[in-house]
Design a protein around this ligand. Structure first.
Ligand SMILES: NC(=O)c1ccc[n+]([C@@H]2O[C@H](COP(=O)([O-])OP(=O)(O)OC[C@H]3O[C@@H](n4cnc5c(N)ncnc54)[C@H](O)[C@@H]3O)[C@@H](O)[C@H]2O)c1
Length: 358
């Protein structure tokens, strides 16, 4: 067993009465001063049995687990968590530095999750994580610089997450980019970059997160459900004029979701996509310098529009709910996907009625 397997196994086995986090300590499996709340395991193969024996005599998890001559692991439980909905879960949010991703990270942190913000933007992502940790909650946040289009970088993200928290329960593949353009404008390089981030990046997220989740499934009692959630788009449900590179990648993402779902349900891993409508208040649309509202106004895309407000109204009027999608709308769908245990392989629309399933 390598160290990531040991940590994931220990976290599941110690989580009998509520999720815990597990972290390596500096001691290398030294049993000489093992305290009363220490579980000593002679050999890695004996992990399951040793925990079985521990819980015959104790209701609480051990505070320290020592694998003799291998490593020592500090186990922490969150204690009283009040009405939080996902206390102690370990959640990665890719593209979590801004936009939907940042909002999702903040909301799920309030719900008790340990959050890993994974983003290319180190400055903004670290600042955000600092803000979350300043709340001094029992759950914590971590920033890991990540490029989702690079498999080594995503593998490292999962490794850093496991070393910090002892495992991974929810992977939210949210990072995405949009470069619009028709066939005449779209150059092959841009198409390729978009596909690597929006489509292939999701494959890397599922590949490396499922590896740890499968170990957790092996060591849990069969009731520990995990989630891979892709933030897709309404453009994954219906073609998008002069925006095919984006829509194509998002359609493909739903094919991945359905296929991963079939493969991973036996391991208690649910896989779902969430398909939000336009997030008009987010930077993609509202950035005053290069947001889509400014771009569309300058390009005269909306006939008769003289101001940004005119462009915004035009788009809002296309939504039956008469407003754009908000972070909280997406978070409610994410919490549904996590809390239910009987649905996988779905593409859940959150579009204010703009897109409906056939
Ligand atoms: N904004 C919308 O209207 C809208 C609507 C539906 C779906 N979505 C989807 O929601 C997700 C988030 O969109 P958003 O509008 O919040 O985006 P955004 O541009 O505001 O933020 C995206 C974040 O992802 C990061 N990122 C970009 N490339 C990355 C990479 N290769 N590796 C790691 N991080 C990377 C960026 O640094 C940024 O922090 C995307 O998948 C998008 O397709 C957005």
């Amino acid at each position: 067993m390598d160290i990531l397997e040991i940590l994931s196994a220990v976290r599941m086995l110690a989580s009998k009465n509520g999720l815990v986090t597990c972290r390596l300590t500096d001691e290398k499996g030294d049993v000489s001063d093992a305290g009363v709340k220490t579980l000593v395991i002679e050999k890695p193969e004996e992990i399951k049995n040793s925990f079985g024996e521990w819980f015959k005599e104790n209701t609480e998890a051990p505070e320290t687990v020592v694998l003799k001559d291998v490593c020592s692991i500090a186990v922490s439980s969150l204690g009283e968590t009040g009405r939080q909905r996902i206390p102690g879960r370990v959640v990665i949010v890719t593209g979590g530095a801004q936009g939907f991703g940042a909002g999702i990270a903040e909301e799920l942190f309030e719900e008790g999750a340990n959050i890993v913000v994974a983003d290319l933007n180190e400055e903004v992502g670290s600042e955000m994580v600092g803000k979350l940790n300043a709340k001094d909650y029992a759950n914590k946040a971590l920033f890991v610089k990540t490029d989702v289009s690079d498999p080594d970088s995503v593998e490292n993200l999962v490794k850093e997450t496991t070393l910090r928290f002892g495992g991974l329960d929810v992977m939210i593949s949210n990072a995405g980019i949009l470069r619009a353009g028709g066939l005449d404008e779209m150059d092959p390089k841009t198409f390729e970059i978009m596909t690597k981030v929006n489509y292939t990046g999701y494959f890397y997220c599922a590949k490396y997160s499922s590896k740890v989740m499968k170990i957790q499934s092996e060591y849990s009692d069969g009731n520990h459900f995990m989630d891979i959630i892709q933030i897709n788009s309404k453009s994954g449900l219906k073609g998008s004029n002069r925006n095919f590179a984006y829509a194509g990648g998002k359609f493909g993402g739903i094919g991945l979701t359905q296929s991963f779902a079939l493969e991973l349900m036996p391991n208690q891993i649910k896989v779902n996509s969430i398909c939000p409508g336009n997030f008009f208040d987010g930077p993609l649309w509202s950035n005053p310098e290069n947001g889509l509202f400014v771009q569309y106004l300058k390009a005269g895309k909306v006939p008769g529009a003289k101001t940004i407000e005119d462009v915004k109204k035009f788009y809002e009027n296309q939504v039956p709910a008469r407003r754009g999608c908000r972070v909280i709308d997406v978070v409610r769908a994410i919490l549904y996907a996590i809390e239910q245990e009987y649905e996988t392989g779905q593409a859940i629309p959150v579009t204010g009625g703009q897109e409906m399933l056939k």
